[in-house]
Each structure stands twice: as C-alpha cells, then as structure tokens.
Design a protein around this ligand. Structure first.
Ligand SMILES: Cc1ncc(COP(=O)(O)O)c(C=O)c1O
Length: 400
C-alpha cells in the first residue's frame, strides 16, 4: 500500500523540527475566553487581539448579539437544507436585502462562506471556452474557484497594470474573459490599483470580479470597499465579500447589477449543494451590515489606529509590507520562519496575539507577522502593542 499521506513528510519534518526547539505551536492556539473584539484569555493570560479580521469590532455589538439570540429562539439552530429547497428563511432574504442596500446594487446572493462564494461564482461564470485573468497573489478561494471550473487560467504579476494589459491582449478575440482582482491583498495589506485595472479590463472586453473581503465596512465613504474609494464601483460586474471579517460572523456573498444574475441561484453548485446559513447567523449579519452603513466615526478611528501602528513599528526598525498604511492590515516582514515563530511566541508571552503567516499563503516565500487592527482598539491599546513589539523585538534580536 502506498501511504497517500507520505507526500506531507517534508511539512511534517519542518513542523517537528520547529516544535523540538520548545516553541509554542503557532497554529494551535486556543482562545480560552473572548472578552471583547480586542481582548481574549489565551494560556490563562489577558491577550490583546491583533490578528483577527474583526476590523469593525461587530462581534459583541449588543444589537447584533440580540438579533442572533432572537432568531435562534424563533427559528431554531439551523435550516438543515439548501437555499433552493427548504433553506431559505425570511432572514436569508433580509440579509440579501441588507447587502443590496449597503452596496446600492440590484442583486445579492448569500453563500455559506466567502470561500464558497468565490468557488461558486468563479467556477460558474467562467466556463470551458473562457479565460480567467487573475493577480498571482490571489486568495486560495479564487484559485480553487478557477480549479473547480474549466476556464483557461492566466495569472499576471501582482498589482502590475501593464502585465494585466499584456495578458488580456494575448487572449483570442471574442473569447469570454473574466478579470479577478482583490481590493486589499490580505498578506501585505496592500491595495490594488483598481481604477486603472478595471478600465483596462473593460477596454479589452473583460468582465470584472473584485473580492472586497478585507475592505468591506472600512474602506470607501460608505465602507463599500476599494472599488468605491477609487470611484469605479459601477464598472465592477461582481463584488465578492464575506461576513467573517468586518461583519463579524460567518458567510459569504456576491452582489451585482447584472440583469441575469439571479440565474446563478440555480446553476451555481457551491450554492445549491450545501446547507444554508443558520437563522441566527443571517440575523446577526443583517443587523451588522445595516449598522456598518452608519459607521463613519469607526472608519475614521480605524484609519488612525492603522497610521499609528504603521508609524510606530517603522520607527522601531521593523520592515513592513507597505511604505504607507493602506488598509487595516500591517504586515511585519520576518527574516525566516524560525525568527518569525520566535517573535510570534515572544509577543504572545507579552500578551499580544498576531498572525504568523508563511508560504504558501504568503507571496515570495515570506514569513510575516500579520497585524490586523480593529476599530475598537483604543489609542492606549495601540501604545501597549508598540511596547510589546519593542520588548519582543529586542528579546529575539529582531530589532536593536
Ligand atoms: C480575499 C479573501 N477572499 C475570501 C476569503 C474567504 O472568506 P471566508 O472566511 O468567508 O470563507 C478570505 C478569507 O480569508 C479572503 O482573505
């Protein structure tokens, strides 16, 4: 018998050699208690959370929690069925209406996760004779959406406008083309030049899908994302998003103005062949989305947090993923996995949780300490965070 799991031997060996040094497993942390969007108890210790996607701090919002409780009481714990059979409750319609209002768009379709939204929409709209042109640093769910469909995949260099144009011009005349972009790229926290990219895509006859997972709620005047901030949201054919970040629960969606959009509900397999979200989840999502429409003050405070942390870390001598803060994600570049894991543990011992990210999730083989800020981090907490980076950085030799 061939052991089918032996293909993972190299990664098992790398993990074991890291843990043999006595290091805490960075991919096995337990949140023993979560006190708020910014503080949890980990290993019995108060820990500031700087590695969640809770950008707008909605997880403990009293209205959101109350809506979830009420739906749980009134509709039960789950739907036990697909959206196209018994799994569409009034709450699913209500959250789709909240999304249509939030984006000012005609159509909204809710999936069980953002991963499934990408999987479903990309694999369904780009078929056998079509081409998908995508940024090489695209999220795994975008790549998996491509793999599930039958289209030709054409990657281009990250955020490179000329490379996108060159690839588009090489595609045979008349072929169906879908350009897939992200608003904010989650590893380095950098923003895409959507304005130019969408213009070039349209000039070359392509439809455009933008994943705004890390920008919804925060970027743009109404929190609609980078496409809104760059003034081209009406030129984007499909926006993908998630409830697992700013919205503060779980779920995914696609919004669009395309007149034939609703047919996707019947032909999109990751929508049809899976159970719908529980009523409590869609109720929390709808309440959260409606509150995010009216959150300009929180957006402004989150920008302040992002700027303060970026400037502070830079001043301490860390190398960051972007020259300027472009989103709520600030990536600290580590020299290698060993140093990154040591720094991650030192921060945890100080009482700070960040994400340790490594290949294949990261671009160019980088090891990153990914910091994601929350609108509810106070100015004092950002100061505390910088103090912890100073202590951990010195203890591990990452800074002087
Ligand atoms: C860009 C992007 N798209 C989609 C997803 C998937 O979202 P979800 O957690 O809802 O599956 C993520 C999650 O990290 C993401 O970063």
């Amino acid at each position: 018998m061939t052991d089918l799991l032996s293909k993972f031997d190299p990664i098992i060996a790398q993990r074991e050699s890291l843990l043999q040094t006595g290091l805490t497993d960075p991919f096995n942390l337990v949140m023993e208690r979560v006190e708020s969007p910014t503080v949890a108890i980990c290993n019995g210790k108060r820990t500031i959370l700087l590695g969640t996607y809770n950008y707008m701090g909605m997880t403990f919002d009293p209205d959101v929690v109350a809506a979830g409780k009420q739906a749980l009481e009134e509709f039960g714990s789950g739907t036990t069925g697909s959206r196209v059979l018994n799994g569409t409750y009034s709450g699913h319609r209500a959250v789709e209406q909240a999304l249509k209002d939030f984006y000012a768009m005609d159509h909204a379709m809710v999936f069980s996760t953002g991963y499934q939204a990408n999987l479903g929409v990309i694999s369904t709209i780009a078929g056998k004779e079509d081409y998908i042109v995508l940024d090489i640093d695209s999220h795994a769910s975008i790549y998996d959406g491509c793999a599930l469909g039958n289209a030709q995949i054409v990657p281009f260099r990250h955020n490179d406008i000329e490379a996108l144009e060159k690839r588009l011009k090489r595609i045979p005349e008349g072929a169906g083309k879908l350009v897939v972009l992200e608003g904010v790229y989650s590893m380095l926290g950098d923003v895409a030049p959507l304005k130019e990219m969408v213009r070039i895509s349209k000039e070359n006859g392509a439809m455009v899908l933008v994943d705004e997972a890390h920008s919804m709620g925060f970027i743009g005047e109404h929190g609609r994302g980078v496409a809104e901030a760059q003034g081209i949201i009406d030129d984007v054919d499909f926006i993908i998003g998630t409830f697992s970040k700013s919205v503060g629960t779980v779920g995914g969606f696609c919004v669009s103005n395309h007149p034939k959009f609703e047919i996707l509900r019947l032909v999109c397999r990751p929508y049809v062949f899976t159970a719908s979200l529980p009523p409590s989840v869609v109720a929390t999502a709808a309440t959260s989305i409606r509150k995010l429409m009216d959150s300009a003050d929180k957006r402004a405070h989150l920008w302040e947090n992002s700027k303060r942390l970026h400037a502070g870390l830079r001043q301490l001598g860390f190398t960051l993923g972007t020259d300027e803060p472009q989103s709520a994600i600030i990536a600290v570049i580590m020299p290698d996995l060993e140093k990154g894991a040591a720094m991650w543990e030192a921060l945890l011992n100080e009482g700070l949780y960040v994400n340790l990210a490594r290949p294949p999730a990261t671009p160019a083989g980088m090891t990153l300490l990914r910091c994601s800020l929350c609108a509810l981090h106070t100015e004092d907490q950002v100061g505390e965070i910088l103090g912890m980076f100073t202590a951990a950085g010195r203890a591990t030799g990452c800074i002087n």
